[in-house]
Design a protein around this ligand. Structure first.
Ligand code: URP
Ligand code: ZN
Ligand code: ZN
Length: 465
């Protein structure tokens, strides 16, 4: 059944007008002012009155960890619960991480993740391939991942030594191959050796509370690794993307790289814009926000908001990696055993809207740019995803910009037993969500079945967006 969204305030990166969106099948067929007066809308078209609502592209969150084996446990949202929660929050497409096991192939890892996601995801998804062991076999698989599987981004870790970290020798070799094949290397950029040293030192001194998670990963560990990654990307000519950048020092390393005309993509996450390190104390409660890199200072938040408006920070993601409290308790006597990560897949769009747009820190157009369009462009899904345009997938979010609501574990849909934003009072609420032409979220209910979500093959990428 065709669908006409009528008289909403349509927002894209470059547009802001009162108008209509006409959807036939899975895609948008027309968009403009007063479409019903100008087009012949077929009888039987469902009309959705969007007066007073913002009509925007569905959100794209390019950094989520669903059902991921990590630190002796699994992140608690599956592809079903995680993509459903994402839809409730206005995010229609996510990019999850496949982790190569050291000593194993990329293909084996992909088969494992396909087994978890296929037939279970509710919303659309794609995969980054995390390369944790770069060797001749892996080198040969890069082309196959890009050309056959539509997986064009390769994640690297400069930390988590012994599990996920690769050294600089592997990094440079990987970058050479990825550049050759038309992909992008993304990075968790922190100095793994330095963090390991500080972690061991704190543990030896009996400093075992969440505060020492923070003190084991000072800003310099991220600034140094970001600069080193930038240098290697510049040397090899490989397009590079820094995930979850948190601080002024790391952003300045990127800024420095622009002085030699390098272009790096930068992602920050909603928590680094809104939460700070005062949450880490000697109280175990701080485990709720134990993640890597850790939350930083207020001055870093200011640098990140400025970085968004300067065009240096291109994407606001979540790094959604939830764990039940019971799982967090694995580190009750030792911060280094607390599973790293926090839940946010459902909260990103509403938090960014309320605290960013409604508080005057970013414009509506910038909101769409960093939450929807840039992630789709950078990761080769544009113009299918991330934009409202004829021919694009009809992935649409309708937001009531004035509706007030409170975030709480009692009302969220993520599979986790706490909210990292408990009691936050927000202005601006996701009212309806459409995914590939189907009404997905309406009046607080998810209308799509398990398995509706499709794997999105991605195109080759470049350093330009
Ligand atoms: O704490 C985090 N970020 N957990 C997920 C893994 C990662 O480093 O992104
Ligand atoms: Zn990371
Ligand atoms: Zn992550």
């Amino acid at each position: 059944m065709p669908l006409l969204i009528k008289e909403g305030r349509v927002i894209t990166v470059s547009d802001d007008f009162i108008g209509d969106v006409f959807i036939e099948g899975e895609t948008i067929s027309a968009i403009g002012r007063d479409l019903s007066g100008r087009l012949s809308i077929p009888a039987g078209t469902t009309v959705l009155d969007a007066k007073g609502l913002l009509v925007m592209p569905g959100g794209v969150d390019p950094h989520v960890h669903l059902d991921m084996p990590f630190m002796g446990t699994f992140s608690s949202d599956t592809h079903e619960t995680g993509t459903r929660a994402a839809l409730f929050g206005g995010t229609t497409t996510v990019i999850d991480f496949v982790l190569q096991k050291q000593g194993h192939t990329l293909k084996e890892a992909l088969a494992e993740w396909n087994g978890r996601a296929e037939g279970t995801a509710v919303g659309d998804y794609s995969f980054h391939m995390a390369v944790t062991d770069f060797n001749q076999t892996t080198r040969e698989e890069i082309k196959e991942m890009i050309q056959r599987e539509g997986i064009t981004s390769f994640k690297t870790f400069m930390a988590y030594k012994g599990a996920l970290m690769i050294d600089d020798r592997q990094m440079v070799a990987l970058m050479e191959e990825v550049r050759l094949q038309g992909g992008l290397v993304t990075v968790h950029a922190t100095n793994g050796d330095m963090i390991d040293y500080l972690t061991a030192k704190h543990r030896e001194e009996g400093k075992l509370t969440p505060l020492y998670h923070y003190l084991s990963q000072p800003e310099v560990t991220e600034a140094e690794a970001s600069g080193r990654f930038a240098d290697m990307a510049d040397y090899t000519g490989c397009p590079g993307y820094i995930v979850h950048l948190t601080c002024e020092g790391a952003l300045n390393a990127v800024r420095d790289a622009t002085r030699r005309n390098q272009h790096l993509f930068v992602e920050t996450c909603i928590q680094y814009l809104l939460l700070d390190a005062s949450l880490y104390t000697n109280d175990f409660e701080g485990a709720k926000w134990v993640m890597s890199p850790p939350l930083r200072q207020k001055k870093d938040q200011a640098a990140l908001w400025a970085g968004i408006n300067q065009g240096l920070v291109n994407v606001v993601a979540t790094d959604h990696c939830p764990f039940f409290w019971e799982q967090k308790l694995m580190g009750v006597n030792d911060f280094s055993k607390i599973p790293n990560g926090h839940p946010a897949i459902e909260n990103r769009m509403e938090l960014l809207f309320s605290e960013g747009v409604n508080k005057g820190r970013i414009s509506l157009n910038k909101f769409v740019e960093v939450a929807c369009t840039n992630p789709a462009k950078i990761f080769g899904m544009f113009p299918r995803k991330g934009v409202l345009a004829p021919g694009s997938d009809a992935d649409i979010v309708l937001i009531d910009p004035d509706k007030r609501h409170t975030l709480s574990v009692g009302t969220q849909h993520m599979n986790v037993d706490y909210s990292a934003y408990e009691g936050w009072e927000l202005t601006g609420k996701v009212e309806k969500v459409i995914l590939r032409g189907q009404l997905a979220i309406d009046r607080g209910k998810c209308l799509l079945p398990k398995g509706y979500g499709k794997f999105i093959r991605r195109a080759k990428v470049s350093a330009m967006i």
